[in-house]
Design a binder for this molecule. Structure first.
Ligand code: ADP
Ligand code: MG
Ligand code: MG
Length: 251
């Protein structure tokens, strides 16, 4: 589904290399976790795939179902089925959460050749999904993320994901800032979306999220590269020993 080959990325403003040859292949139905020390390039990888400005791809390719992602505008990447839940969700004053979600969902449906949802259908669906994530009806009426707590913002990201039903979901430290109960809600939301036709890239610092979202594959990223790949046991190794042993081993 997602295939990244030898991806090299620099900051556009300065000639600073951030990704230094990332190779990654994620097949449909799989959950891949990406772990690694702060500053190793995890968020950059997700940003470059979703099309955030400010980065320059120097080398390599990234395709989703064979489509060259790097050639597409961000909204075209979303229409192709890519979704990113942000590490730091932004507040959008003046744009109602419900309006935002409905506009996004209908744009997605249009791109897939489906009819728009009626207001009633949309409302029914968004309310049901918000309830599963324990998102208050009041939060749906407020501007996107404005005045939301850190945990509410993260749950709102998962609500967007649940509504959009993307094929390739990237979650960037969705667990950070969440208490254990909120993390379980998020994990339940993610697990409900696990499907043979969908894949996940779960970026996380901590093993604890992976107790609830069981990954098929775990990658360790360091200094702009994936330096080690293994099964769920690799996350446990990190939990027990930190990154030092792995980094020394691959150095
Ligand atoms: P991670 O998510 O693994 O913590 P990031 O992808 O956020 O890592 O960052 C990787 C490296 O790139 C860090 O050294 C970070 O400071 C740098 N970096 C990323 N984006 C920018 C930017 N827009 N301006 C300056 N430095 C950046
Ligand atoms: Mg970081
Ligand atoms: Mg990050």
């Amino acid at each position: 589904m997602l295939e990244i080959k030898d991806l090299h990325v620099e900051l556009a403003e300065e000639d600073k290399a951030i990704l230094k040859g990332v190779d990654l292949k994620i097949e449909a139905g799989k959950v891949h976790a990406i772990m690694g020390p702060n500053g190793s390039g995890k968020s950059t990888l997700a940003y470059v795939l979703s099309g955030r400005p400010g980065y320059e791809v120097k080398q390599g390719t990234a395709t989703l179902d064979g489509t060259d992602l790097l050639e597409l505008e961000p909204e075209e990447r979303a229409a192709a089925g890519l979704f990113q839940a942000f590490q730091y969700p932004v507040e959008i004053p003046g744009v109602g959460n419900m309006t935002f979600l409905r506009t996004a969902v209908n744009a997605q449906r249009k791109a897939r050749g489906q009819e728009e949802l009626s207001a009633a259908e949309f409302l029914k669906e968004v309310r049901a999904k918000a309830k599963d994530l324990e998102i208050d009806a009041e939060m749906l009426k407020r501007p996107v993320n404005v005045g939301f707590s850190g945990g509410e913002k993260k749950r709102n990201e998962i609500l967007q994901m649940a509504m959009l039903e993307p094929r390739m979901c990237m979650l960037d430290e969705t667990d950070s800032g969440l208490d254990v109960d909120a993390m379980k809600l998020v994990a339940t939301g993610v697990n409900a979306l696990r499907d043979e036709g969908r894949a996940f890239m779960v970026i996380t610092h901590y093993q604890r999220l992976l107790d609830h979202i069981k990954p098929d594959v775990v990658h360790i990223m360091a200094d702009g590269r994936i330096v080690k790949t293994g099964g769920p046991e690799l996350a446990l190794e990190v939990e027990h020993n930190g990154y030092a042993d792995i980094l020394a081993e691959v150095a």
